[in-house]
Write a new protein. Structure first.
Length: 135
């Protein structure tokens, strides 16, 4: 597995519009994209900080993963994502190395990336996402 950089840090928020205002007006960052990922029941907003992105995540359904996360833990850091050459291959390698997978194969995520998650029970409490531009 070749991790090239932190791709993004995902932050669960109650209200995307209010959160965008904070990042723009207080921190001086610029939101460059807002996107809904219907199958994940989430609306996202992205900010670039150097070579790393901040991804704000607002649930579009209380039954979605972000809705459940916020109900249980409140707003805050949801996951860290690493850029890899091939998300599906990286998932397989992580499983061989002892990680418990949320996703056996990569799937489409925001910004057209292929994504897959490692379960926080096997990553010392941090939901870990592996992202690639190619499957």
């Amino acid at each position: 597995m070749n991790i090239s950089q932190i791709e993004h840090i995902g932050i669960a928020v109650d209200n995307l519009e209010e959160s965008i205002k904070y990042y723009e007006e207080v921190l001086g960052l610029k939101c460059y994209a807002v996107e809904e990922v219907v199958d994940q029941k989430v609306k996202t907003a992205f900010f670039l900080v150097g070579n790393t992105k901040i991804e704000l995540l607002e649930s579009t359904s209380p039954e979605g993963p972000i809705g459940k996360f916020i109900a249980k833990k409140g707003q805050g850091i949801h996951h860290i994502a690493f850029a890899v050459d091939n998300a599906t291959e990286a998932l397989k390698l992580a499983e061989q190395r002892g990680a418990v997978l949320v996703d056996k194969e990569s799937r489409k995520g925001a910004e057209g990336l292929n994504i897959g998650f490692l379960h926080p029970k096997s990553t010392h409490g941090v939901l870990t996402e592996l992202c690639s531009k190619q499957k």
